[in-house]
Design a binder for this molecule. Structure first.
Ligand code: 15L
Length: 262
């Protein structure tokens, strides 16, 4: 499983996160199948195809992809806090649709999880993946569900998955928190390629961050899958904005997600 012999399917392909990944994967020579319920913004890159499909329609989603798939990079779903039922429908059940497709295709899943599975840890704590989940939203709780779905599908069916606990994937850090949480787009591409190509992934969890001097997170499966980040948010330390907001947001790693009503 994994590798680049078969095409790589990308869900949420019309979203912002995908826009930071697709050009790098195309440049690295991957054959991509892009999917989203929304139309693809702009021309579909050469060597890629686009299939419109809705993650919330499980049967339709499963039937939409006829050919072989080596890996599914699952970026689809709601990307902020929302109504719990809506999060369950799109993010939790969408994750089930993706893992069912991976099982049917013998594919590996690379999942865009999030730091919001641990958002309620305080900022003075350095975490590893052995630390307790402390989701800060229904959004974070749904990410946790898909991480554990990966555990279940590996133990029960041998479906491999790599769960990327992404911090803040932005062209550049904007505020002081991002000095800890930044994932540069170039490191995101490196992380996705390592996750797709690792000879054996099993069930892996990797912090989706660059090699930030001020990072809060380590002790993950990065070395095991061969992820070597090259960027460091520190070079932006003189230009980022001070963080503002409620005390509960400023105290915890998940920031504003800790303050929004759930
Ligand atoms: C996320 O999971 C969000 O999708 C993204 O928009 C950012 O808010 C990011 O986390 C973050 O924590 O900075």
């Amino acid at each position: 499983m994994g590798g680049r012999e078969k095409p790589v399917l990308i869900t949420g392909a019309s979203g912002e996160l995908a826009g930071r990944l697709i050009p790098g994967l195309v440049a690295a020579g991957f054959r991509l199948v892009l999917t989203d319920a929304r139309p693809f913004p702009g021309p579909v890159p050469e060597g890629a195809s686009f299939v419109a499909a809705d993650l919330t329609d499980r049967a339709g989603f499963a039937a939409a992809f006829a050919g072989p798939i080596g890996a599914i990079v699952h970026l689809g779903g709601i990307r902020v806090e929302d109504d719990a039922a809506r999060i369950a429908e799109v993010n939790i059940m969408g994750g089930v649709a993706v893992f069912e497709l991976a099982r049917a295709k013998g594919a590996r899943v690379v999942f865009a999880s999030s730091n919001h599975v641990i958002g309620f840890h305080r900022r003075d704590r350095h975490l590893t993946i052995a630390d307790a989940y402390r989701p800060d939203t229904h959004y974070g709780l749904a990410k946790l569900h898909t991480e554990m779905l990966g555990r279940l599908y590996f133990d029960k069916y041998g479906v491999e998955s790599v769960h990327l606990r992404i911090g803040s994937c932005l062209p550049a850090p904007l505020d002081a928190r991002h000095l800890a949480t930044w994932l540069s787009p170039a490191d995101f591409v490196r992380l996705a390629i390592a996750s797709i190509e690792a000879p054996e992934a099993g069930h892996a969890i990797v912090w989706g961050i660059s090699a930030n001097t001020r990072r809060w997170w380590s002790g993950d499966d990065a070395a095991r899958i061969g992820y070597r980040p090259e960027d460091d948010a520190e070079r932006f330390a003189g230009s980022v904005q001070e963080e503002t907001g409620e005390a509960i947001a400023l105290r915890h790693q998940g920031a504003v997600f800790c303050a929004v009503p759930s």
